[in-house]
Design a protein around this ligand. Structure first.
Ligand SMILES: NC(=O)c1ccc[n+]([C@@H]2O[C@H](COP(=O)([O-])OP(=O)(O)OC[C@H]3O[C@@H](n4cnc5c(N)ncnc54)[C@H](O)[C@@H]3O)[C@@H](O)[C@H]2O)c1
Length: 415
């Protein structure tokens, strides 16, 4: 059996180095409209690349518009998507020149939803398609390629299909670090890739904000502060707080951020990240409230918030996110009640709920107290009558509960 044949469309900063890494194991052809020279791969016309390759990796640009690269101020400008023309062009060429079925792999970066909306619909259905963005940095492309933090493989329904396995097998001899494979829908992999980058931006933005405070306030070496935070592996540098659910709450966090808004103004920092964080928290609560209102209208049931204290097993309702969600429900003109045997604020708190209702499952003991070794799930604070709907923002309540509809808020996968 001859060597597996791999084709690259787009031999730029990413594509050329990656193609050359593939060439250590496979027969590689590549096409680029600009002149490219390589000793490791055969640079040829696009027709030959497509016709003579089993796999076709698309590594063309998905450019930002002029002035949107971050080297000049752009935050005041209208938000814009990346350009898709080069990807569509590459797909059109595959459709045009392919005489057999091809395994098409897109590695360019695009925003969540793009592949499903714009690309897959353009590819002839005799071909198979995966979305496989790379986490690669300039200056270390070849090393990053074979030592990735993870390899994301996006399929239509998020299941590891035969083609995804073939791609893993293709990478296997190339990789030096036995990488983690993350398989999801096209959209999930688009999201993992882009939010990976965004987490880095947010981290840098926060560290540099502390630097700004150090300069303005005095007597602060930013490194003392950021190193202490960097060594905080219990909560900050680790997977804790990476489960989407209810918002930040309690006696300290919301009010700390609210007070820091004052400090940012006092020292004329010039921007207010706390305001952005607090505003996002409020609008996330409003979105959740709207989701509950939709269910209330759909099922014609009243809304009950299950858990009023800011977290399970404590009485404290100070800074409670449940109350914030309740605020937005009431602002919409609908009544809301709470069930929580411990809550120290008994306003609108009931001990029993006599009929079916839409319940917001606000508390999750396992997620909140996981770090202490707690295994026990939250038990219902009242009887849940048949015909009820549970909206679970933590996505951990069993969806097969009899007589009750369980909606996992935040999971919009079809399967
Ligand atoms: N550079 C990186 O470190 C990096 C890392 C991860 C992801 N990415 C993503 O990979 C994609 C490519 O990035 P890059 O840095 O290699 O860009 P680039 O501009 O350096 O390279 C793109 C190449 O594609 C060629 N090209 C343009 N239009 C084409 C077309 N219609 N058909 C065929 N080839 C065409 C260009 O001539 C160029 O050589 C982007 O989506 C980028 O976001 C880049």
């Amino acid at each position: 059996m001859g060597k597996i044949k791999v084709g690259f469309i787009g031999l730029g900063k990413l594509g050329l180095d990656c193609a050359e890494v593939f060439a250590e194991h496979y027969e590689v052809r590549g096409y680029d409209p600009a002149q490219r020279i390589s000793e490791a791969i055969k640079v040829c016309d696009v027709q030959e690349v497509i016709q003579d390759s089993d796999w076709i990796f698309i590594a063309v640009p998905t450019p930002h518009a002029e002035g949107y690269d971050g080297s000049i101020p752009s935050s005041h400008m209208e938000p814009r998507d990346f350009g898709h023309e080069a990807v569509i062009d590459a797909i059109t060429k595959v459709n045009h020149y392919a005489t057999t079925s091809k395994k098409v792999v897109l590695i360019s970066t695009v925003l969540p939803g793009t592949t499903r909306k714009h690309f897959v619909t353009s590819l002839n259905n005799q071909h198979e398609f995966l979305y496989n963005p790379y986490l690669i940095a300039m200056g270390s492309v070849k090393w990053d390629m074979v030592n990735p933090e993870m390899i994301m493989i996006g399929t239509e329904d998020g299941n590891p299909n035969a083609l995804a396995q073939e791609l893993i097998d293709l990478y296997q001899p190339m990789m030096q670090n036995n990488p983690r494979y993350e398989i999801g829908t096209w959209d999930e992999c688009e999201a993992i890739k882009i939010f990976y980058n965004t987490f880095i931006s947010a981290k840098i933005g926060l560290a540099n904000m502390i630097q700004d405070f150090a300069i303005r306030i005095g007597n602060i070496n930013v490194d003392v502060v950021t190193n202490a935070l960097a060594r905080s592996t219990q909560r900050i540098m680790g997977p804790k707080y990476m489960t989407a659910g209810m918002g930040d709450a309690g006696a300290c966090h919301p009010r700390d951020n609210i007070a820091l808004r004052w400090l940012a103004e006092e020292y004329d920092i010039g921007y207010d990240m706390f305001d952005t964080i607090m505003q996002a928290r409020e609008l996330q609560a409003r979105n959740l409230a709207r989701f509950l209102i939709d269910q209330c209208n759909r099922y014609n049931l009243p809304i009950v918030i299950h858990g009023k204290a800011y977290k399970p097993d404590v009485p404290y309702c100070i800074g409670s996110y449940s109350t914030l969600v309740g605020y937005y429900i009431r602002e919409h003109g609908l009544p809301v009640v709470y069930v929580d045997p411990l809550a120290d604020d008994r306003d609108r708190c009931l001990d029993t709920i006599d009929g079916p209702a839409v319940f917001l499952w606000a508390h999750n003991r396992q997620i909140t107290y996981d770090y202490t070794g707690t295994q026990e799930a939250t038990r219902p604070y009242c009887e849940i009558q048949p015909g009820s709907v549970i909206v679970d923002p933590w996505r951990s309540v069993d969806q097969n509960l009899s007589g009750v509809t369980v909606l996992h808020y935040g999971n919009t996968r079809r399967s």
